[in-house]
Design a protein around this ligand. Structure first.
Ligand code: 5GP
Length: 206
């Protein structure tokens, strides 16, 4: 039987650079599949249904949740976001690696449901730097930035519930760290045996 794939979960406060890191990883690692979440929020800018998110109405979201269609879901910044069971279970069962880019509440729900999930928290180097990045991004009004920084003060404490912590001070270094975590999971005994059965057979390893 195939060794099941890895389920990576990446969470971070807004502005810590989580999306850029995940995007850069996916560009160089075709083996990682990013799960597309459902959300009740409106699309922003160039976002497309089925690419960044599945954009659904609150009623559609509730119906899916009631039918057990989500492996986790949470309220984030006034909207609902969820990971659909379909988006991940089959791929993992087939041995593929899946990455979820979700908030910390969803990450902890995933941990309860999938004990082998690998939880990664991305921290900014400081709250001042987080504020400066949100200001440079220029997407949010000053009061929204102030709220996000206040929220971040609580969110960063969640890092202690995660397996790995990446401090995104220098982007290339943080990307290296993320790649290292993904790579290390693929070097585990069961994963190697599943990926290279002929080598293990030739070496008479059970
Ligand atoms: P945004 O609206 O800026 O794309 O995302 C807002 C927040 O919701 C981010 O922290 C993002 O990671 C989180 N998020 C996106 N998809 C999901 C999901 O499926 N479940 C949970 N719990 N959070 C999500």
């Amino acid at each position: 039987m195939n060794h099941p794939g890895n389920l990576f979960v990446v969470a971070a406060p807004s502005g810590a650079g989580k999306s850029s890191l995940v995007k850069a990883l996916l560009e160089v690692d075709a083996g990682v599949h990013l799960s597309i979440s459902h959300t009740t929020r409106e699309p922003r800018g160039q976002e497309k249904h089925g690419r960044e998110y599945f954009f659904v109405s609150p009623d559609e979201f509730d119906a899916l949740a009631a039918a057990g269609g989500f492996v986790e879901w949470a309220h984030v910044h006034g909207n609902r976001y969820g990971t659909s069971r379909m988006a991940i279970e089959r791929r993992i069962a087939e041995g593929g690696d899946v990455m979820l880019e979700i908030d910390w509440q969803g990450a902890l729900q995933i941990r309860r449901r999938f004990a082998s999930a690998i939880l990664i928290f991305v921290l900014p180097p400081s709250l001042d730097e987080l504020r400066a990045r949100l200001q440079r991004r220029g997407e949010d009004a000053p009061e929204v930035i102030a709220l996000r920084v206040r929220n971040a003060e609580h969110e960063v404490a969640q890092a202690e519930n995660f397996d790995y912590v990446i401090i995104n001070e220098f982007f290339e270094r943080a990307l290296f760290d993320l790649k290292a975590i993904v790579h290390a999971q693929r070097l585990k005994f069961a994963a190697q045996k599943s990926a290279r059965p002929e080598t293990f057979k030739a070496l008479h390893i059970a």
